[in-house]
Design a binder for this molecule. Structure first.
Ligand SMILES: NC(=O)C1=CN([C@@H]2O[C@H](COP(=O)(O)OP(=O)(O)OC[C@H]3O[C@@H](n4cnc5c(N)ncnc54)[C@H](O)[C@@H]3O)[C@@H](O)[C@H]2O)C=CC1
Ligand SMILES: O=C([O-])CC(=O)C(=O)O
Length: 330
């Protein structure tokens, strides 16, 4: 018997990430090739015509798994009964801006959407915030949604997966190993240049990759800055922020959360439970494994002095961002 369709809400549906994302969701790459989906597309009133155009293209793909779609400018409609919500819609940064420069401008969007999710989404809705600054926007949505007591705080996540995937590619290139052979990477903290891509535990076919590379200066002077500033490098090269790779990371994040990682680590930005000394509630990149639709933080990793310093640095930025949105949360 075929499965019942799952409602997937996507905000910013007329934007550049939306254009890369929606076709892959509809083709089954996110929730599985046997899972029908209904797309609930949110964008601003002036973008509704463009959303309709994207829907025409989706129709023209004749995706067998696309069981329906709606377009709306009303968050309460878009999130109604959604089991997955991808919060992409927000202003992207341009050249010379940091992601936190978007904070006050974009934060208001996530108070409204957090309230809509809290009231109308499926109580087990899995929420991924992509719109920047994504950790703090996820924090806002989570806090606001908690006022309604329906969708649990642990369901609000931010996207560190693009950083994770970027780091994997850099490590594969440096070590000469296939990207698919690399296991046990983590990117701690904020989706910003302060993030800490920690390759100390990475293995490839049983070999420790840090040992294979054996170049501490490369870690500090090349790897960490390259991964941390990759978003800016893309903006510089393309004149626009990353879109296809961001959509790909969103697909990976939800796919692995829903369908499981078979014991392997991925990075998710999740509300801290206090693990590794990160204050409870902050949305922070952690190594997780997932099973049956639940993530679990990988515990017991040794944190050396260099790592602790980097983890605290990125945490401090998140604490500052939280302070910056305190008034919005009342
Ligand atoms: N977390 C991550 O790794 C990444 C995050 N991003 C972020 O994703 C966001 C979207 O990027 P793009 O698609 O390139 O931008 P875009 O400008 O092409 O599209 C954004 C879309 O969101 C819509 N929008 C704006 N406010 C909205 C609201 N209140 N409700 C619903 N829709 C709204 C706009 O009308 C537009 O259609 C940006 O904040 C960008 O910085 C981008 C790449 C990676
Ligand atoms: O850099 C940006 O503004 C877009 C983004 O988050 C990324 O590409 O990592």
């Amino acid at each position: 018997m075929s499965k019942a369709p799952v409602r997937v809400a996507v905000t910013g549906a007329a934007g550049q990430i939306g254009y890369s994302l929606l076709f892959r969701i509809a083709s089954g790459e996110m929730l599985g090739k046997d899972q029908p989906v209904i797309l609930q597309l949110l964008d601003l009133p002036h973008a509704q015509k463009a959303v309709k155009g994207v829907m025409m293209e989706l129709e023209d793909c004749a995706f067998p798994l696309l069981a329906g779609m709606i377009a709306t400018d009303d968050p309460n409609v878009a999130f109604k009964d959604a089991k997955v919500a991808l919060l992409v819609g927000a202003r992207p940064r341009g050249p010379g801006m940091e992601r936190k420069d978007l904070l006050t401008e974009n934060a208001k969007i996530f108070t409204v959407q957090g309230a809509a999710i809290g009231q109308y989404a499926d109580p087990d809705c899995k929420v991924l915030v992509v719109g920047n600054p994504c950790n703090t926007n996820a924090y806002i949505a989570k806090e606001v949604a908690q006022k309604y007591g329906r969708v649990p705080a642990k369901n609000f996540t931010g996207m560190l997966r693009l950083d994770h995937n970027r780091a994997l590619s850099q490590l594969a290139a440096k070590s000469g190993r296939d990207v698919s052979s690399l296991k046990s990477l983590v990117v701690w903290g904020n989706h910003s240049p302060t993030m800490y891509a920690d390759y100390r535990f990475v293995t490839s076919n049983g070999d420790n990759v840090k040992g294979l590379i054996n170049d501490e200066a490369w870690n500090k002077d090349v790897f960490l800055p390259t991964v941390g500033k990759r978003g800016a490098a893309i903006i510089e090269a393309r004149g626009l922020s990353s879109a296809a790779s961001a959509a790909n990371a969103a697909i990976d994040h939800i796919h692995d959360w829903v369908l499981g990682t078979n014991g392997e680590w991925v990075t998710m930005g999740i509300p801290s439970d206090g693990s590794y000394g990160i204050p409870e509630g902050i949305i922070y990149g952690f190594p997780v494994t997932t099973e049956n639709g639940e993530y679990k933080i990988v515990q017991g990793l040794e944190i050396d002095a260099f790592s602790r310093e980097r983890m605290t640095h990125t945490l401090n930025e998140l604490l500052e961002e939280r302070e910056g949105v305190k008034d919005l949360l009342g």
